[in-house]
Design a protein around this ligand. Structure first.
Ligand code: PGA
Length: 257
């Protein structure tokens, strides 16, 4: 079965509840129902916006999933400021981003924490979107494939094939995030293919072929077509352009071609 593209919007720390409701409504209004049969679509708003955004999509009966941008792996207790998996599950999150480069770089999230979060999410039947990607200095140093594949191996530590089959990986070169400097389609393809190869080495061909591997980093309405035409690029994790309903819709349309 061919893989379905997954287009996921990462709203980052943008939108109060009223703003989020308007944005979700505008996204819903622009989604053609046939695109949603061909493409999986999700948005990942801030925690406080999850419930209102989910309600907009439910009211409209539009098949757009919601996901969180982060989570803590412990089930409950004295972890001031954290949000549990049960909490996002109860709201109806189907996805949760883990290991985004902003969390790794600004908040010190480690490979070990990414692994703990991913495994706990799978146990709760929420799909982790595991972000990996190299900095500009690693890219320029030429060791980016080793760097990214090591991040992938670390994220999968202790997971069996059945668990791994329930993950999504997002390749997001740090130098392309929010910079307007997109990886070329060939650069995205090279790393996404290398990630698929590692998944194959760890879990076999069938899991590798079934795994959704997204590209993220300044993907927009103008470059989505080319990036998504590559065989190992199975969708996008979209930051800036996911806050613009027309652009986000255009990316979903491109993913459905
Ligand atoms: P960007 O962000 O599309 O604004 O580059 C992507 C991401 O950080 O997920």
């Amino acid at each position: 079965m061919p893989r379905k593209n997954l287009i996921a919007g990462n709203w980052k720390m943008n939108s109060t509840i009223p703003e989020a409701v308007v944005l979700a409504q505008e996204i819903s209004n622009r989604m053609e129902r046939d695109w949603l049969e061909l493409v999986d679509v999700a948005v990942c708003p801030p925690f406080v916006d999850l419930k209102p955004v989910k309600s907009v999509f439910e009211f409209d009966r539009v098949d757009i999933a919601v996901g969180a941008q982060n989570v803590y792996w412990e089930p409950k207790g004295a972890f001031t400021g954290e949000i549990s998996i049960a909490m996002i599950k109860n709201i109806g999150c189907a996805f949760c981003i883990v290991g985004h480069s902003e969390r790794r770089n600004l908040f010190g999230e480690t490979n070990e924490e990414v692994n703990l979060k991913a495994r706990a999410l799978i146990e709760a039947d929420i799909t982790p979107i595991i972000c990996v990607g190299e900095s500009l200095s690693v890219r320029d140093g030429g060791t980016y494939l080793d760097f990214v594949t090591a991040q992938v191996r670390a994220a999968y530590a202790g997971m069996d094939a059945a668990d791994a089959a329930r993950t999504v990986v997002a390749y997001e070169p740090v130098w392309a995030i929010g910079t307007g400097r997109t990886a070329t389609a060939d650069q995205a393809q090279e790393v996404c293919a290398a990630i698929r190869k590692v998944v194959g080495e760890l879990y076999g061909e069938a899991v590798a072929e079934a795994t959704t591997i997204q590209y993220g980093g300044s993907m927009n309405a103008a470059n989505a077509d080319e990036l998504l035409s590559k065989p190992d690029v199975d969708g996008g994790l979209i930051g800036g352009a996911s806050l613009k309903p027309a652009d986000f819709a255009a990316i979903v349309a491109a993913a459905g071609k």
